[in-house]
Design a protein around this ligand. Structure first.
Ligand code: DGL
Length: 276
């Protein structure tokens, strides 16, 4: 069976894989964690397009029938380019879920946590232009947070300091709804919930992205009769497979085989590091 391919700069996109697995348990899933180029967020659009093309090409060479860009940053910079480069492959991308946030807010203020490249991209700007409807959208970049997550520093005091630094200004601005505009951030959901309390809504796009994957498979007639056999989950990383497997275990994410991956040369590995 041809797998559904997914990629991200690291473990963040596994929050999307988890939802796809929930809705499509019989599909084979192939996930590429491009940890050698993590973080994506501070990189310029031309680098992100080169990296995204290499990741998508890697998945397609391994038979992916559909590619989920399980990363807001890569979607913002590269989704249009990917669709042009690989016209025979359906792509499902993502954008911070400002539309449902604007529909739900009572205070009239929505916070968005995302990377610089996502905040600078047209996808988010278009969504805000179309759907914010008079709601105030307050954006916040989160330097260092992705690196802390990739290092497995979920409960560390340094991570709490960063979360406070990024979330408190949104609360002070009156946000009652906060959009998690990076697929890594749902991995800090317990810590975020402890910080914002029960009255603030935290929105993650992963369930909607998984629904969209189901819809595309239906449209193409690619969903067969149920077999009752669970599909396989395979992870590949351009970083260290042992460390990725350890993070997957610690976060209780879907288990699978973890392999090394080498991408076609695109841009230099490792962008700026922000570990405090
Ligand atoms: N998880 C990614 C996103 O959704 C990328 C984070 C990063 O590498 O900066 O934007």
């Amino acid at each position: 069976m041809q797998p559904i391919g997914l990629f991200d700069s690291g473990i963040g996109g596994i929050t999307v894989l988890r939802e796809v697995r929930r809705l499509l348990p019989e599909e084979d899933l192939l996930y590429l964690a491009d940890q050698a180029h993590c973080p994506y967020g501070p990189r310029p659009p031309d680098e992100l397009r080169a990296i995204a093309a290499a990741c998508a090409g890697w998945l397609i060479e391994r038979g992916a029938k559909l590619v989920v860009v399980a990363c807001n940053t890569a979607s913002a910079a590269a989704l249009t380019d990917l669709r042009r480069r690989f016209p025979d492959i359906p792509f499902v991308g993502m954008v911070p879920p400002v539309k449902p946030a604007a529909a739900h807010t009572r205070s009239g203020v929505v916070g968005v946590l995302a990377t610089p490249a996502t905040l600078a991209g047209d996808l988010l700007r278009d969504v805000i232009d179309h759907w914010a409807n008079g709601v105030r959208v307050v954006s916040q970049t989160c330097p260092g947070l992705v690196e802390h997550i990739e290092e497995g520093m979920f409960d560390s005091p340094a991570t709490t300091v960063l979360l406070r630094r990024y979330v408190v200004p949104l609360l002070d601005a009156g946000a009652d709804t906060i959009v998690l505009g990076c697929t890594h951030y749902p991995l800090l959901l317990p810590q975020l919930r402890a910080l914002v309390g029960d009255d603030v809504r935290l929105l993650d796009a992963a369930p909607a992205v998984a629904q969209r994957v189901v819809q595309v498979l239906h449209e193409r007639g690619w969903t067969g009769a149920p077999t009752g056999t669970p599909g396989s989950v395979t992870y590949a990383t351009t970083g260290d497979p042992v460390r990725l497997a350890d993070l997957i275990d610690r976060l209780d994410l879907p288990r699978g085989q973890v392999e090394p991956a080498v991408l076609e040369a695109c841009v230099a590995p490792h962008g700026p590091r922000h570990i405090a």
